[in-house]
Design a protein around this ligand. Sequence first.
Ligand SMILES: O=C(O)C(=O)C[C@]1(C(=O)O)C=C[C@@H](O)C=C1
Length: 418
Amino acid sequence: MRTLIPSSHTPATVTTTPTWRRRHFIHCAKRSDSFAIGSSSSDWQSSFAILSSKVNSQQQSESLIPAVNGYNNHDSNLNLVPFDNNSNNNNNKSIQSKTKPLSITDLSPAPMHGSNLRVAYQGVPGAYSEAAAGKAYPNCQAIPCDQFEVAFQAVELWIADRAVLPVENSLGGSIHRNYDLLLRHRLHIVGEVQFPVHHCLLALPGVRKEFLTRVISHPQGLAQCEHTLTELGLNVAREAVDDTAGAAEFIAANNVRDTAAIASARAAEIYGLEILEDGIQDDASNVTRFVMLAREPIIPRTDRPFKTSIVFAHEKGTCVLFKVLSAFAFRNISLTKIESRPNHNVPIRLVDEANVGTAKHFEYMFYIDFEASMAEARAQNALAEVQEFTSFLRVLGSYPMDMTSWSPSSSSSSTFSL
Ligand SMILES: O=C(O)C(=O)C[C@]1(C(=O)O)C=C[C@@H](O)C=C1
């Protein structure tokens, strides 16, 4: 995939990472491999150890932090103020309320607003990921990153508070890189947003469709518009770049007149491009699902629909899959997604069979999303059973499902059918 160098909006980049941070990152990645279910006190203690070491390294390297893309991290104000959970403090009632112990309602998940929250996303302004960050955390400060990996690191290194990353699209399928990164890093899924993706064909003002020789976009953008591009009769080469808005920026910055970008209408506005075709996704109901990641998990609840994401493996390979799935089926827990990725620790397993030869089995990590909260007994029991069948199991997060009402975006092309 080609990497375009954006001219004006330089996203956070992995190459600016100072050595101490890279060392720290490797340390965290190793820890994540050993993290399993049943968050015990030792998990919380080790989380605390990581947190403390980060604060220390951050203090040591404070001068380095503002250098990363101009995003500083000066809000780590550790001054403690007396705890007061009631602002009305001039009568006896307030004295009583001041001593009121914490109750379960005080422990509710972080609200869905994001003022002052720094949210890392992959791409440049105008990318769908930026818009998804705005849907997840309205009024947040969105921080562009040039790679998914950088968005993970930005949260781990306290440059950002959250990352919002795409994991699957209704037409293009899974964004595999992010599944692999979820496993390599130790962040927790704390929410999801489903974002309608409405693509436009963008070019410099005055450029006509007939003169185009090339269309550039994120691989997902190209995949989601493949049939419409053919229906439009465009005789163009498709070229994959890092993000949709980055494609638009590249055309504008380099005054490229034979190339169009597949990107959002907002990207057209930001980079001064014209919309040649509006709504070129192959299906009007084109939706990308994003997950929100944080350093700490949220406390799961039962008063609204929750989803839980897990990843597991077994040294005997795929034979456990049926048993794992049955643990959910017996408890009437619906699965919303199943994905398999190569097990990078043990990519292949050799099995010698007498007189027949050697069977070479590919090894997988299985990712499952299911519709239940980890606060529910049936989910806990299902995972206890899954743990018996697997050699590795990790809960990636238990988080509120995106239940926002939604209507398909309009599409200029007829809905594509097979
Ligand atoms: O390139 C962008 O604009 C992105 O936000 C990335 C991304 C993706 O990775 O799937 C997000 C939503 C769309 O599905 C197309 C691309």
